[in-house]
Ligand binder design. Sequence first.
Ligand code: SAH
Length: 463
Amino acid sequence: MSKEEKNMGSKSPVSKNEELTVTIEDLTYQGMGVAKVDHYPLFIENALPTEKVKVHVLKASKNYGFAKVIERLSTSDQRVEVPENHYLQTGIAPLQHLNYAAQLEFKRNQISELLNKVHLKNVEVAPTIGMDEPYHYRNKAQVPVRAVNGKLETGFFKKNSHTFVPLEDFLIQDKRIDEVIKEVRDVLRKFNIEAYDERKHSGVIKHIMVRRGYYTHEVMVVLVTRSKRIPMQDQIVEAIQTKCPDVCSIIQNVNQVSTNVILGKQDKLLAGKKQIKDQLNGITFNISPQSFYQVNPSQTEKLYQTVVKGANLTGKETVIDAYCGIGTISLTLAAKAAKVYGVEIVPEAIIDAKLNAAANGIENTQFETGMAEEWMQKWEEQGIKPDVIVVDPPRKGLAESLIESAVKMNPDKIVYVSCNPATLVRDLQLFLGKGYTIEQPTQPVDQFPQTVHVESVTVLSRR
Ligand code: SAH
């Protein structure tokens, strides 16, 4: 009988509320420390490999448990001392306590371990491309608004809880965004606007969303409301514009249902423009409140440059950009290709992609709304022969049918942009079994410093 089986049959070696001293051996992909008690794993927040900690057991199920640090008895040399651990608890910045060099290695290592597990040991993983200043990078914030002791506050909810904590410095958001949130909060206070109350499902303002152009410095403020009407609306809009002259778009988004989806379907322009502009690698993009737009602009430029390098275009090629969003990768590649086809499931994003192509005077792109799986098959049946296919799927990765259509079109290269190493490795195995090889190292690019997200680019070439 293996040790695991022995554990499954018996009770756990620890019990709830027990206190014990353990040494952290590993870090999960979610950033939790792992200690083993007679091969039984205990998951512990804010604990790093090599650290000796005294813990209190919070939960002990049959095969694993959770514990909380009461006292740290030794400290990892990779630990960053955190003034307050709010961010850790929230999940805003679950790796904040790990130094940045170690974060970059943690991400590289995650991909290489997954490759090793499926015996793809000869696929190399390059060192993660990181940021010089890995804080205050997010160009978008969505901050809940609640009342605390009768006062309207902006802040965050603690991870896995309904505890709301007021906060002004969000650590990973553009500093100007944090300032604008504070100004808007003060304006709402001044006009005695009621914050949303979850229990009673009453009040006016649920969230403040702010987006800011990295190069243009244009700011969009979206007031997400429960009610259709905002009392004192004109005065509030005027006050925000006076306090923050860089706000060039103020939008109300009505979301009357109480789910954890932040934005409702309805946007109402209160002042200024419907969209703000920004640039990536010199190309201008219009961004609507609902559009998907990468949140770390300077790293996104590096990510796309990695795609450009991997695609290695000469100007003659036909390219497919599957999962194209508002066309950011398509338009980046268009100048170096004969023709680029993009497909995306969100209709508004495709409207933006077409507008963005026109705004940049790019005429060799064709965008389609629909499922990438279906369009890839259609294009294959229409006899389109792409030289390069770029895929940038959501976390669940690629459907097998899409991989089959891609391979049937016989491109020289497939450039796989991934936000989930587990599905990346699963999908790479399929491509490798169908006549493709990986000659260049997989390149992780850190799009989300202080968090556990792992983004990477892998180039597959036809054998
Ligand atoms: N390449 C873009 C977007 C990547 S995010 C960028 O870098 O900005 C992934 C995109 O895939 C999202 O825009 C999402 O709406 C879209 N998507 C999700 N499932 C899809 C599907 N089955 N078919 C087409 N697009 C899909």
